[in-house]
Design a protein around this ligand. Structure first.
Ligand SMILES: [Zn+2]
Length: 168
């Protein structure tokens, strides 16, 4: 590659890269992540919700009133109030935890968790990072996934009520 060719290559490359660089800051701002310390969350949330959301606790099976919630509506993060699941994706898994076969788009993020002897897929709210539950592969069609959620980490908003503003 001579100098002229390499300059041409570089300008071609920058034409490709610059829009990506220019685009990224706006994407980061749009994502609207909420960063709070555990100490802040512990003062904002009831203790059982705080322990699940930010200390990775698991609620006792069958303890959540949301197991019986069958109305149309939206399940939102109990910490930052981001909508996480629609009631149309909820089903009765028989596990004693509210279960869904699909989250709302971009609502959750995952990581592998080795707290038990085998790896599990942990998932959390994509906005505040609050722990919600684990994903298993024994769910119903069409996804075959079971999002096994701690009820205390969610709040239910019936369809005819306005969703609350995201927590700032
Ligand atoms: Zn959240």
């Amino acid at each position: 590659m001579d100098r002229r060719q390499s300059l041409k290559w570089l300008s071609g490359l920058s034409a490709f890269i610059l829009p990506i660089i220019a685009h990224n800051p706006s994407r980061a701002a749009d994502s609207g992540k909420l960063q709070k310390t555990k100490a802040e969350w512990s003062t904002l949330l009831p203790a059982p919700a705080y322990r699940v959301l930010f200390e990775d606790d698991t609620e006792r099976a069958g303890s959540s009133p949301l197991n019986q919630e069958k109305r149309d509506g939206t399940f939102i993060c109990a910490a930052c109030q981001l909508p996480l699941f629609d009631s149309s994706a909820k089903y009765e898994s028989g596990t004693g935890w509210p279960s869904f076969w699909q989250p709302l788009p971009d609502a959750i993020a995952t990581r592998t968790d080795f707290k038990l002897f085998y790896p599990r897929t942990e998932y959390h709210c994509s906005r505040c990072g609050g722990h919600q539950g684990h994903i298993f592969n024994d769910g119903p069609p069409p996804t075959g996934k079971r999002y096994c959620n701690n009820g205390v980490a969610l709040q239910f908003v019936p369809r005819n009520e306005k969703l609350p503003a995201l927590r700032g």
